[in-house]
Write a new protein. Structure first.
Length: 290
């Protein structure tokens, strides 16, 4: 209902998101990219969250490392400390409807269909806001890109993209053809961390910039490089692999908040997809060894 407390809360949260994005833009315009670097490192910890929720958590608690709802923490035998203020995020709500469908044999069957109804504001708490039993330690990853390279190659080829290693003139380490599903990596790249970074970067161009989205034709090459390198940075950082960020990010978006917002959304989706695949494959390999 328009004017209800619920509408007011959603509006307030959306304003937080826009304020956070405008703050990042302002920092860039002042010649500072440190805040954006911090934000992308933060995204690496929360790659399963939507870009809006990443921004929201970052604004409210930049030091957050692991967030969950009150009942989720309770199920893990941890409890929210008295007086702690929850962090606002958006959560989807669903509706169930019944629909009559006709099967191949002509018989009719009633099926329950679940569809997205909308989003509501809910509270989550960072682990620092809780007490209780320690969480099981997550499987660690050493700073060794070699263990992920073959899986990243498989991931790329599974997207029906041709991947080659060969001679590339000059100092370019890799490239992605704009109008075809093709990636070339220089055979002079020996360091496996660097190979992984190039593979992720060039795949990101394929996923984000090869005529996949209409608005992509409106952005500059400089911004496309920012998006691809941001995905590589998030994935590498999340895997525990140090990589240097060698691109000047200052003024790339010329204060265009809406364009920057779209970029963050696509960066999150692509980095999340890659990370989920690589981590799942690594987990599967570790289980086989065990």
């Amino acid at each position: 209902m328009p004017g209800s407390p619920f509408d007011s809360r959603v509006k307030e949260v959306n304003e937080k998101i826009n304020d956070g994005i405008e703050n990042l833009i302002s920092e860039l315009e002042k010649g500072k990219s440190e805040n954006l670097v911090n934000y992308l490192e933060f995204c690496a910890k929360f790659h399963n969250y939507s870009s809006f929720n990443q921004i929201l958590i970052f604004i409210q608690n930049p030091g957050a490392v692991h967030c969950a709802g009150f009942n989720k923490w309770k199920s893990l035998n941890r409890f929210v400390k008295k007086g702690e203020k929850g962090l606002d995020i958006f959560a989807p709500t669903f509706r169930k409807t019944k629909k009559e469908i006709e099967k191949e044999n002509g018989e009719k069957e009633v099926k329950e269909i679940t569809s997205l109804r909308g989003f509501i504001v809910v509270k989550v708490f960072d682990i620092s806001q809780t007490d209780g039993e320690p969480l099981p330690e997550l499987r660690g990853y050493e700073g060794n890109g070699e263990i992920y390279v073959s899986n990243m190659e498989t991931f790329i080829k599974g997207k029906e993209i041709t991947l080659d290693y060969g001679y590339i003139p000059g100092t370019i380490l890799g490239y992605s053809k704009k109008d075809s599903s093709y990636i070339m990596v220089s055979d002079t790249v020996i360091d496996k961390n660097e190979v992984l970074n190039v593979l992720i970067h060039e795949y990101s161009h394929q996923d984000l910039h090869r005529n996949k989205y209409e608005y992509r034709g409106e952005i500059s090459r400089q911004v496309k490089e920012l998006e691809a390198e941001s995905v590589a940075y998030i994935v590498m950082y999340s895997l525990g692999i140090k990589c240097n960020w060698g691109i000047d990010y200052i003024n790339m978006y010329n204060g265009n908040v809406e364009l920057f917002k779209k970029s963050l959304n696509f960066i999150q989706k692509t980095s999340g997809e890659i990370l989920n695949y690589l981590l799942a494959q690594t987990e599967s390999s570790n289980q086989m060894v065990a």
